[in-house]
Design a protein around this ligand. Structure first.
Ligand code: SF4
Length: 261
């Protein structure tokens, strides 16, 4: 929704990164916080950050008091400053991401390099990385990087939801954005064996998606995520619900008990 408010691909990319990076918690509360953030950034978020040196004071004033869950306005300003320095150097987030991708040929390695550079640019020398910044830009190789993978899905795939702006990464290289709904359903459907929603679970889910649709594995992500968000499933067999559920033929919770003995 927010991405489609802009025409310039540079603005779509930046609005998408901000929306994906803050994509946690309640959608209705997040929507209001994102609206306030994008309003402060003006008609062209890219222009505002590209000219960050002259916009910094205005942005800090416009966003003072902004808060979303445990992310205060100070962390948001750090993030915007880091993004500004990347845009001023590389012109786009895609240009920086592609440096890592072309160097490694691999989305996980490129994602980690991208986040590391952004953490480095967001926090001034000598300052420690606070919890909000580490949450927004996760460190280490255990995280499933759900929000960055969501952003990549929006940028690389193209359909009624995904924008398809980045042409250099084949869609069969994308990793699934593993949210809680997709993790839970992935386990119920036998697509994930891992017991916790970490990177291992994300890799298992992506491999299952790839097996089902090698050319476009993430075509399953949005339907599964939204099925989970609708909260029709109560994670146990309820005949009134399960008999009408489209996932029943493959849901492990809805299969008959094996005969005793
Ligand atoms: S069949 Fe029942 S338990 Fe399985 S996903 Fe559907 S509603 Fe949930």
């Amino acid at each position: 929704m927010f991405l489609r408010s802009y025409e310039d691909p540079k603005d779509v990319e930046l609005a998408g990164f901000l929306a994906a990076t803050l994509a946690f918690g309640s959608v209705s509360v997040l929507k209001g916080r994102l609206e306030a953030l994008l309003l402060a950034l003006g008609p062209s978020p890219w222009q505002s950050l590209y000219h960050y040196d002259r916009e910094r004071t205005r942005l800090a004033d416009a966003l003072s008091g902004w808060k979303y869950r445990f992310i205060p306005s100070e962390a948001l300003i750090w993030l915007l400053g880091g993004l500004a320095r990347i845009l001023q150097t590389h012109g786009s987030l895609e240009a920086l991401f592609m440096q890592g991708y072309l160097g490694s040929g691999e989305v996980w390695a490129a994602s980690e390099a991208f986040l590391e550079r952004l953490r480095h640019e967001a926090v001034s020398k000598g300052q420690s990385l606070g919890r909000p910044i580490l949450f927004l830009l996760p460190q280490g190789n255990a995280s499933p990087l759900k929000r960055l993978n969501l952003f990549l899905r929006w940028m690389v795939r193209e359909d009624g939801f995904d924008c398809g702006l980045w042409k250099g990464i084949p869609k069969d290289r994308l990793c699934a954005p593993l949210d809680t709904h997709v993790f839970r359903l992935g386990r119920q459907l036998g697509l994930i064996q891992a017991k916790t929603p970490g990177r291992k679970a994300c890799i298992q889910l992506t491999e299952s998606f790839l097996e089902a649709c090698p050319e476009d594995p993430l075509s399953f992500d949005m339907p599964l995520s939204h099925f989970g968000m609708m909260r029709t499933c109560s994670r146990r067999f309820e005949p009134g619900v399960c008999l009408a559920c489209p996932l029943k033929p493959v849901c492990m919770l809805a299969q008959p008990e094996p005969p005793e003995g």
